[in-house]
Write a protein that binds this ligand. Structure first.
Ligand code: ZN
Length: 333
């Protein structure tokens, strides 16, 4: 058993309460490797933004759980070295799919876990979520749960269609499970293809796809039922066209990739939405930078020469999200 407190990490409780009061959201960035982690920590330290390091089951298998724990511990020390006196860093399990996985993460130094039983019937979702909450709370680890189904693919989690969260269920669910935050479905979606061209309209000037708006009426109804309760948005990458264009220009093939417009996320961040998950955007930035080097310098074979530019571009992306979209800069001095 390793407590996250020994690693210098924090849970989400106080962070979320402050974010809701202050009208901003905490970035939850997924990471799988050293370059992503370096970019996240540098961006967070320089902007003094609280940050959630998010690990999916797939990432845990990819990077190895022991290595991940020490990477998170190293991240805290690295943040201090960069001059961030009191780093507020959460290590969070994204889309935990079983009690055993969540328990293992709690035991291994995670400060927050998500149990995603949203695909199960309602009563089973409650039972499994409560079981995870009862275990995690013994160690002061916070728990995110999910109601409603998002469309798209994220590691092993996938669904062809979305079902919006039902506002009439949220009070019963939050009360009976004791969860600390709730991921909801209001039209965000996993991956770099969040909407089919049929779901979008086309901008007559640019020919680019314009996605349908998020269901803010559903969010409003949920906030009315659960005033001040922390709400989480998954699948909230914006799929920046500059990265998609770069990828396509340098030999990639991502036709009609489309994400959530940033102005909609800006609006959500001002509400009780206090955690916004961003994964695909950093994958796109990484890939765009690597492709550019490969295309321009075919003789290059030193990984630092293409992972370095990828890291720089991700750092720029993370800072942009923190400062211009979520508004979390300066909230962890
Ligand atoms: Zn997700």
């Amino acid at each position: 058993m390793v407590s996250y407190k020994e690693l210098g990490l924090v849970n989400t409780r106080e962070m979320f309460a402050k974010a809701i009061k202050g009208g901003y959201a905490i970035p939850a960035f997924n990471f799988n490797n050293m370059e992503q982690l370096q970019a996240i920590i540098k961006a967070s330290a320089e902007t003094k933004s609280p940050v959630i390091l998010q690990v999916s089951k797939g990432a845990r298998n990819y990077a190895n759980q022991t290595l991940l724990r020490y990477m998170a511990q190293g991240a805290v020390e690295y943040a201090k070295e960069l001059g961030w006196e009191h780093p507020q860093i959460v290590l969070h399990l994204d889309h935990g799919d079983s009690f055993e996985l969540c328990k293992s993460c709690v035991d291994f130094g995670f400060s927050s876990v998500m149990i995603d039983a949203s695909h199960l019937p309602y009563e089973e979702n409650i039972a499994l979520t409560k079981k995870v909450v009862d275990y995690a709370h013994q160690y002061d680890v916070t728990v995110e749960a999910e109601l409603g189904v998002l469309a798209g693919v994220e590691d092993e989690v996938s669904s062809a269609v979305s079902h919006y969260t039902k506002p009439e269920e949220v009070v019963d669910f939050a009360t009976r499970t004791g969860c600390d935050s709730l991921a909801i479905s209001i039209g965000t979606s996993h991956g770099a293809y969040k909407f089919t061209p049929e779901q979008c309209t086309r901008d007559p000037k640019t020919g680019k796809l314009v996605p349908p708006p998020l269901a803010f009426d559903v969010l409003d109804a949920i906030m009315e039922q659960l005033p001040g309760f922390p709400i989480v948005l998954h699948g909230s990458s914006s799929v920046p066209q500059e990265y998609v264009d770069m990828i396509n220009q340098y030999g990639g093939k991502l036709p009609d990739a489309v994400g959530i417009p940033e102005e909609q996320l800006r609006k959500a961040a001002k509400s009780a939405v206090c955690k916004i998950n961003i994964d695909s955007d950093s994958r796109l930035a990484f890939t765009a930078a690597v492709r550019k080097v490969f295309a321009e310098k075919p003789g290059e074979f030193d990984p630092r020469k293409y992972c370095g530019p990828a890291r720089d571009l991700m750092e720029e992306l993370y800072k942009h999200k923190i400062i211009n979209v979520l508004g979390s800069n300066g909230k962890a001095e």
